[in-house]
Ligand binder design. Structure first.
Ligand SMILES: [Zn+2]
Length: 321
């Protein structure tokens, strides 16, 4: 408590002190320093108490000051952070470790409440930094092949249904692209694929049998069509027509005319054509058979024309099932 004398003579006292300070600056400074050193705890406690009791006032004051001196404040903040980088890092780390739950909850809440904003911000950032992001990803992938593999496996495992549906939709909408991709892939890996299929077929006879049976049950129309064809051709070996159909599907993604390269949408819309006509000694073997649309089968008559292009490739084993 200040004395009533002081209260009554405030201005006079202030002036006296100022005069003394101006005349004895070193002395005053040393005294202040000594006092602060000897009473550090007390000062700290007093400051804390004051701050707790006047939190709103202090906040308002700081805000006002910051608004009036933004550059100064910024510079001070920067300087402080530069000089105390280690301290700040340690403090942040400690805080993060002690408040993990709180921070996580806060982040979740923020993301929930600002989903739109975050999405827009991310999109903008991604668009503006496409090159950078792609380079960073590439670098990371090259440095972490095992992680990439594990992640991709995990992702596929968890999203198998979704991915399959997506892939199916894409295939249906982009038959040309799929055809090109499949051809390219097969062309580049023919030996490897053949060896793999052979090995697989030898190791999984029961599986192959079951798959073929399942396939037959699920495609009765196609099987019936093949049976009709076979009946018409008399001595065609069992399975040859199916092989021709399978090879065609493998090549194009769905049954497609070898001449016009158009898809044959219905079961009766395609024909098994003898490249060298039977009347001219053509066989019923795989190599002499191709698929043509109804129009081109009828318009071909008895010409000898192989429209299949490069050597026809036969799928084996589990490529489609
Ligand atoms: Zn055609």
């Amino acid at each position: 408590m200040r004395s009533s004398y002081y209260l009554k003579n405030r201005e006079k006292e202030k002036a006296r002190k100022k005069k003394y300070y101006l005349e004895n600056p070193e002395k005053v400074k040393a005294r202040g320093k000594k006092y602060r050193r000897e009473n550090a705890e007390k000062i700290k406690a007093r400051k804390k108490k004051y701050y707790l009791e006047n939190r709103e006032k202090e906040k308002a004051y700081k805000k006002k000051y910051y608004l009036e001196n933004p550059e100064k404040e910024k510079a001070r903040g920067k300087k402080y952070r530069r000089e105390n980088a280690e301290k700040i890092r340690a403090r942040d780390k400690k805080y993060n470790l002690e408040n993990r739950e709180k921070i996580s909850a806060r982040g979740k809440k923020y993301r929930r409440e600002n989903a739109e904003k975050i999405r827009a911000r991310d999109k903008k950032y991604n668009l503006e930094n496409r090159e950078k992001i792609s380079a960073r990803r590439k670098k990371w992938s090259l440095e972490n092949p095992e992680k990439v593999k594990a992640r991709s496996l995990k992702y596929y495992h968890e999203n198998a249904e979704k991915l399959n549906a997506k892939h199916k939709k894409y295939s249906l909408e982009n038959p040309e692209k799929i055809k090109a991709l499949s051809l390219k892939y097969y062309h580049e890996n023919a030996e490897k694929i053949k060896a793999y299929q052979k090995k697989y077929n030898l190791e999984n006879p029961e599986k192959i049998k079951a798959q073929r049976k399942k396939y037959s049950l699920e495609n009765p129309g196609k099987i019936r069509e093949a049976q009709l064809k076979r009946r018409g051709y008399g001595e065609v070996k069992k399975g040859v027509v199916n092989r021709v159909i399978d090879a065609n599907i493998f090549k194009y993604g769905s049954i497609t005319c070898e001449r016009c390269k158009k898809q044959c949408p219905g079961l009766s819309d395609y024909h098994i054509d003898h490249i060298l006509p039977v009347s001219k000694g053509g066989s019923h073997e795989f190599d002499n058979l191709q698929i043509l649309c109804a129009y081109h089968n009828f318009s071909k008559h008895v010409d000898i024309a192989d429209y299949r292009g490069e050597k026809i490739i036969e799928p084996q084993g589990n490529l489609f099932n």
